[in-house]
Design a protein around this ligand. Structure first.
Ligand SMILES: Nc1nc2c(c(=O)[nH]1)N[C@H]1C(S)=C(S)[C@@H](COP(=O)(O)OP(=O)(O)OC[C@H]3O[C@@H](n4cnc5c(=O)[nH]c(N)nc54)[C@H](O)[C@@H]3O)O[C@H]1N2
Ligand SMILES: Nc1nc2c(c(=O)[nH]1)N[C@H]1C(S)=C(S)[C@@H](COP(=O)(O)OP(=O)(O)OC[C@H]3O[C@@H](n4cnc5c(=O)[nH]c(N)nc54)[C@H](O)[C@@H]3O)O[C@H]1N2
Ligand code: SF4
Ligand SMILES: [Mo]
Length: 709
């Protein structure tokens, strides 16, 4: 007898709902896109379709493991011993060095239930705000951008808006590879209505740019001058929405004075684009009925990422293109539950329900809800991702519990991250596989149940909450992430962790969002079991909301959205004679992050079997580099050895390295040995999209890549 189940895809933030067919032995036989799910309308991409191959692999982690010597030997231990050991270590360090000596680093791949449990344990029971998510490497700029421009985090738009827009501005997003199902929807829209114009702003000629009507191939890091120049031209042409500006925004005059004082020639110089190119786009924006912008890491992963988000949202305010069908600034989230982590207070400066740790009334609300004494929640934001690894290396962070992320591949400046992991006093890694690049450094390894083996909730890019049931029999004894956190919690403050199942965690969490901008208190587990719902969803009868701000009342204290006149700031590292090229890093369609899953799927591996660097023909020939040559790429922090792909997708002077391959593929290939760990002042997001490098042909006899050390 075949059985079927329906669950959200555990890869990207599109949040496709997948229909899974199981065979007689209960294994995945086939996966298809759910035909009625709003997120994907039956579509699916190869990563989702091939998930079955990632489940019963040889390296599945089946029991807790304890490191027994310095040489990386691990022995299986029971769950009770593992949980007692971890709870004991946490209590010991907190007693000796205070609550800020411990921390939790998770990801947008943990479900909301797990994040809620982590917050209650660390922020509530222990009194440290040291929980952060890899969203810090990803969405932190968008979170800060939405909050400072519109008053609250969370996109105002929905996927249906793609079908209703006539000008689509794609900024720093390679959605053809990173959000393929959503990109298919955009392609279908344009096929149906050839009058739709797609403009892509990206320093590389990506497959997304190839599809566009207009590709603005700007100099990396120069989005603010471009966006400000567009604003200046729109203002000069009086193609702005004065009613909207007057009634629903603040800060327009200062913004207008600032952007119109910048000469267009300066924008040309900084962006490398011509005035004619910028003017053509301004004209399209001026004539548009509905402007939708879709953006991602190309503007987030920068130390000025928040400013870049604000600058893009400024354009929407100027045109009154927000809070109506087919329009608005749409930050595409990367991971399946990056949004849910934000809602449940995963980030070091947040508390559940889009509350801020540094806001006394927000702390009091959460303390009251959790039954904690007043003053238990720490008044200061905790350590953020990069700061955690610095503190771990210094020794002030004595215990780091890492779950559902592989920082030994994904952190900037991997030499530093690996020093921290190697020297850290007590490192816990909770994953579905072992060894990974990170779990090899662990003192304690905890086996998490994976997709299909546990139930839980995730929120996709358009605020759609999807409940995924368990439908696979787990191999060994992995446990759901929320359960592991709650069991450690029970050993520290039993009264705070009464839950019997994930539904009880969810129902407690939704209650704490009542009255907040992300109010989802009406989305009971029982309702979600019958199908996905979009927040805000404030009552149990509420059908969920497609769009926010349709009443043009924003989440700021005065209800007005804010203009921000931000100037251009150069990336924090500059090229010179030693490192004359600009490195940008990112993704390819076939692989997911550190490849722990996609690296096991034959068809995906075939598509992109090995790490590579994309280099322009001019830069390659100046260095005597031919297609397929092995090259050394070096920065001020490290060297990697990868194969050269010569082409014209990157502009002369720029190179591109995907960051998917880590040490378990081959030592010294990971892009992050090169990247710059500087972080933004407010967002604390690192600058993955810009550092200075050199490329040289690899010849036998040269010293081996230092990354191998
Ligand atoms: N196949 C696949 N899909 C994924 C993922 C994956 O690993 N693999 N990861 C998911 C996650 S977590 C995320 S966050 C998303 C990321 O999705 P994207 O952000 O779309 O992907 P990236 O390749 O990181 O970067 C996007 C583009 O930014 C451009 N860029 C670089 N510098 C600049 C700049 O200064 N300005 C502008 N305008 N653009 C710039 C790059 O050339 C690149 O094409 O993808 C999600 N989807
Ligand atoms: N150079 C460069 N670096 C980057 C980026 C870039 O563009 N350039 N992008 C950054 C961004 S946007 C992101 S989001 C990060 C992503 O980086 P990571 O989060 O480090 O990447 P993943 O490989 O997705 O790591 C997820 C881990 O969780 C495990 N896992 C899978 N399912 C489960 C589960 O259910 N429970 C548990 N406990 N574990 C599970 C997987 O095996 C894997 O080890 O990388 C960042 N780093
Ligand atoms: S587009 Fe994203 S969510 Fe949809 S199947 Fe592909 S990886 Fe999964
Ligand atoms: Mo991400």
């Amino acid at each position: 007898m075949t059985r079927t189940a329906s669950a959200a895809c555990p890869y990207c933030g599109v949040g496709c709902q997948l229909d899974v067919t199981l065979n007689d032995s209960g294994r995945v036989a086939a996966i298809r896109g759910n035909a009625t799910a709003e997120a994907n309308l039956g579509r699916i991409c190869p990563k989702g379709a091939l998930l079955g191959e990632t489940i019963n692999t040889k390296d599945r982690l089946t029991t807790p493991l304890l490191r027994v010597d310095g040489g990386g030997v691990f022995v299986p231990i029971s769950w009770d011993s593992a949980l007692d050991l971890l709870a004991g270590k946490i209590k010991e360090f907190v007693a000796e060095s205070g609550p800020d000596s411990v921390g939790f680093y998770g990801s947008g791949q943990l479900d909301t239930e797990a994040w809620y449990a982590a917050g209650k344990l660390f922020k509530g029971a222990l009194g440290t705000n040291n929980t952060d998510s890899n969203s810090r490497l990803c969405m932190a700029s968008a979170v800060a951008g939405y909050r400072t421009s519109l008053g609250s985090d969370g996109p105002p738009v929905c996927y249906d808006d793609i079908d209703l827009a006539d000008v689509v501005l794609v900024v720093g997003s390679n959605m053809a590879e990173a959000h393929p199902v959503l990109f298919d929807r955009l392609k279908a829209h344009k096929r149906r209505d050839p009058g739709v114009t797609v403009i892509v702003v990206d320093p590389r000629r990506t497959p997304t740019a190839d599809f566009a009507d207009i590709h603005l191939q700007l100099t990396p890091g120069s989005d603010i001058p471009l966006l400000n120049a567009l604003a200046s031209l729109l203002i000069a042409a009086e193609a702005v929405d004065y009613d909207f500006i007057e009634q629903h925004s603040s800060g327009y005059e200062a913004y207008r004075d600032f952007v119109t004082s910048e000469p267009l020639a300066e924008a040309e110089r900084l962006t490398g684009l011509t005035a004619a190119q910028i003017e053509a786009v301004a004209k399209l924006l001026a004539g548009a009925t509905n402007v939708l912008s879709l953006y991602c890491m190309g503007i987030n992963q920068s130390t000025f990422g928040m400013w870049k988000n604000n600058s893009l949202i400024n354009l929407h305010l100027l045109l009154g293109q927000v809070g109506k069908p087919g329009a608005g600034p749409f930050s595409l989230t990367g991971q399946p539950n990056a949004m849910g982590g934000r809602e449940s207070g995963a980030l070091a400066h947040m508390l559940p329900g889009y509350r801020l740790a540094e806001d006394a009334s927000h702390r009091a609300e959460v303390e009251a809800s959790w039954g904690l004494p007043a003053g238990r929640i720490a008044p200061k934001s905790g350590l953020t991702a990069v700061e955690m690894f610095r503190a771990l290396e210094r020794g002030t962070l004595r215990l780091l519990w890492i779950a559902a992320t592989n920082p030994a591949v994904s952190m900037p400046d991997l030499h530093q991250a690996k020093r921290a992991l190697a020297g850290g006093e007590f490192v816990v890694v909770q994953d579905i596989y072992h060894p990974t690049e990170t779990s090899q450094f662990a003192d304690l390894v905890l086996p998490a149940a994976q997709w299909g083996e546990k139930d839980g909730t995730s929120t996709n890019s358009e605020r759609m909450m999807t409940y995924s049931p368990a439908f696979l029999e787990p191999t060994g004894q992995p446990r759901p992430d929320w359960w592991i956190l709650a069991e450690v919690g029970r050993r520290i403050a039993p009264e705070l962790f009464p839950w019997q199942d994930s539904g009880e965690v969810w129902d407690e969490f939704r209650g704490i969002t009542a009255g907040r901008p992300c109010d989802l208190s009406g989305a009971t587990r029982a309702r979600l079991e019958t199908g996905p719902l979009q927040w805000p969803c404030p009552t149990e009868e509420h059908p969920g909301m497609k769009r926010r701000y349709e009443d043009q009342v924003f989440a700021t204290p005065d209800g007005r959205a804010r203009f921000h006149p931000w100037p251009y700031r150069p990336p924090r590292e500059q090229t010179d004679h030693e490192f004359p090229l600009i490195l940008t890093t990112g993704r390819v369609a076939s692989h997911w992050h550190s490849r722990t899953r996609t690296g096991k799927v034959a068809k995906l591996v075939k598509q992109d079997p090995e790490p590579f660097v994309e280099i322009h023909a001019v830069d390659a020939s100046a260095r005597g580099i031919h297609e397929g040559d092995l090259v050394h790429v070096s920065s001020r922090r490290g060297v990697v050895k990868v194969r050269a792909r010569i082409g014209t997708a990157v502009a002369p002077g720029c190179i591109f390295l995907p960051f998917h391959w880590g040490d378990s593929y081959a030592k010294g290939t990971a892009a992050n040995y090169l990247t710059n760990p500087v972080i933004g002042r407010i967002s604390k997001e690192p600058e993955f999209k810009y550092c200075a490098v050199q490329v040289e042909r690899f010849a036998m006899g040269l010293p081996a890549a230092d990354a191998a050390g």
